[in-house]
Ligand binder design. Structure first.
Ligand code: UGA
Length: 447
């Protein structure tokens, strides 16, 4: 059992806190924002994440986790200090490391005993070396150099707690096998294989993993539009292509595109690192360009189906960037919604978890209590985020509430034939069905 401090009570910091506490360690979470400290001391989570609150509450009660704003208090007698602060895109897409280095400097000044620094934040290649150099500098007369281990996270929002316990591998980047081994030991109870490497390699693995996943999605999205025109269903193609072990089935779901707080910023950061090194990054650029195009393509599809968008009422189902989270950052659904508004559409919207946050991001939208309520009186409904509850929708009922049953499945959740049998004028992303399922009969839609 180890004594661990974690700087940053965001998604990554909190998941690691409850995860490490579950593995038997004692965790002190350091958070600069006093409001967050106050909320967390009352077990109120700043992010929605399945199982997080229950575990947090249980460990706080048991005394195996505590939250504080004081570095000095949290670092006393700790062996490890994880840094899990945000590294958002700064000017020109280069990650903004101000909070990160502020945390490093404060740790240096506050630590009273030898510590191993563990970097969880996603940081550009070479950052661990910079931290090491910074720590070797005497600060306020205190401090000796501390070992720095790069231990990137692969937690995905909406299933972060489960990802913590079941990752495919744990990356341990360190110049010292012994120090790396100490950090690996913290996770020993998970039984997950470790990959030992140097810090730079660990930092690069994180960026490349996200870049690969985003590339898979962008490629299948491009393929989807080709499928659409060749009258082939991309879902069937992706399922069979994914059975090839060399390709794999994950991240081949065509749709509105990828968003969130990670892929967009990490892809840009990787491109910037390439530029700075004087290396071209055409594939990375294409992956981003294809993704930006997706919401626009969907808007064009709605326009194509309705003839015109001006004055039309559109229902948007799902606002978060993916299911299982209330996170709206770079959400393709938000991009789609604002584009529709620009085209003169009146928007009704529903999301199972992100309504409160959405009210702060979108204006002029009628937020509804359910998917059915959203559909009422709509000229078309667009499914933008694949929340499992949407799969349970009674499509017949949904269509009956609409002015006309035009349904754009932006996440290819439904079987085109079933949707059509339920009376919907269905269109998806690359389902190649438009012609087969009776491409909308303008007469019936615009009587
Ligand atoms: C991503 C990675 O999956 C994590 O491994 C990583 O730790 C994390 O970024 C990070 O860097 O912190 P996350 O952003 O939570 O996790 O979301 P993903 O599940 O990867 O989904 C990203 C986007 O891709 C979502 O908008 C989702 O809807 C979209 N997506 C995903 C598709 O459009 N198609 C797919 O087949 C899969």
């Amino acid at each position: 059992m180890a004594d661990i401090a974690i700087v940053g009570a965001g998604f990554v910091g909190l998941i690691n806190a409850v995860g490490l506490a579950e593995l038997g360690h004692h965790v002190a979470v350091i958070e600069a924002d006093e409001n967050k400290v106050e909320s967390l001391s009352r077990d109120r989570m700043p992010v929605y994440e399945p199982d997080l609150q229950d575990l947090w509450q249980a460990h706080r009660k048991a005394g195996t986790i505590h939250i504080t704003a004081s570095y000095t208090e949290a670092l006393a007698d700790r062996q490890f200090c994880f840094i899990a602060v945000g590294t958002p895109a700064g000017l020109d897409g280069v990650p903004d490391l101000r909070n990160f280095y502020a945390a490093v400097d404060t740790i240096v000044a506050a630590a009273s005993n030898p510590l191993t620094i563990v970097i969880k934040s996603t940081v550009p290649v070479g950052t661990a070396e910079q931290v090491q150099a910074r720590m070797a500098l005497p600060k306020n007369g205190s401090r000796n150099a501390a070992p720095v281990v790069s231990n990137p996270e692969f937690l995905s929002e909406g299933r972060g707690v489960s990802d913590f316990f079941h990752p495919d591998r744990i990356i341990i980047g360190s110049d010292s096998r012994e120090v790396g081994g100490d950090v690996a030991q913290l996770y020993a109870a998970t039984g997950v294989p470790e990959v030992f490497c140097d810090n730079r390699t660990a930092e690069m693995i994180k960026y490349v993993s996200n870049a690969f996943l985003a590339t898979k999605i962008s490629l299948i999205n491009e393929i989807a539009w080709i499928c659409e025109h060749l009258k082939v269903d991309v879902n069937g193609v992706a399922a069979a292509v994914g059975m090839d072990n060399r390709i794999g089935p994950a991240f081949l779901r065509a749709g509105l595109g990828w968003g969130g707080s990670c892929f967009p910023k990490d892809l840009t950061a990787l491109s910037r690192m390439a530029s700075q090194a004087g290396v071209s990054h055409d594939v990375l650029d294409a992956v981003a360009t294809t993704n930006h195009r997706q919401p626009r393509m969907l808007v064009d599809q709605v326009k194509d189906l309705l003839g015109t968008l001006d004055g039309k009422t559109i229902g948007v189902l799902g606002l978060s960037f993916k299911p299982g989270t209330n996170d709206l950052r770079d959400s393709p659904s938000i991009s789609l919604t604002t584009r529709l508004q620009t085209e003169g559409c009146i928007i009704r919207a529903y999301d199972p978890k992100a309504m409160d946050d959405a009210a702060g991001v979108l204006s002029g939208v009628t937020f509804c209590a359910s998917a059915y309520e959203t559909a009422r009186g709509c000229d078309a409904v667009v499914l933008a985020t694949d929340w499992p509850e949407f799969k349970e929708l009674d499509l017949k009922k949904l269509g009956s509430l609409m002015k006309q049953p035009v349904f754009l499945d932006g996440r290819n959740m439904f079987d085109p034939q079933e949707a059509s049998d339920a009376g919907l004028i269905y269109s998806g992303v690359g389902r190649g069905h438009s012609a087969r399922l009776g491409r909308i009969d303008r007469q019936s839609v615009h009587p």
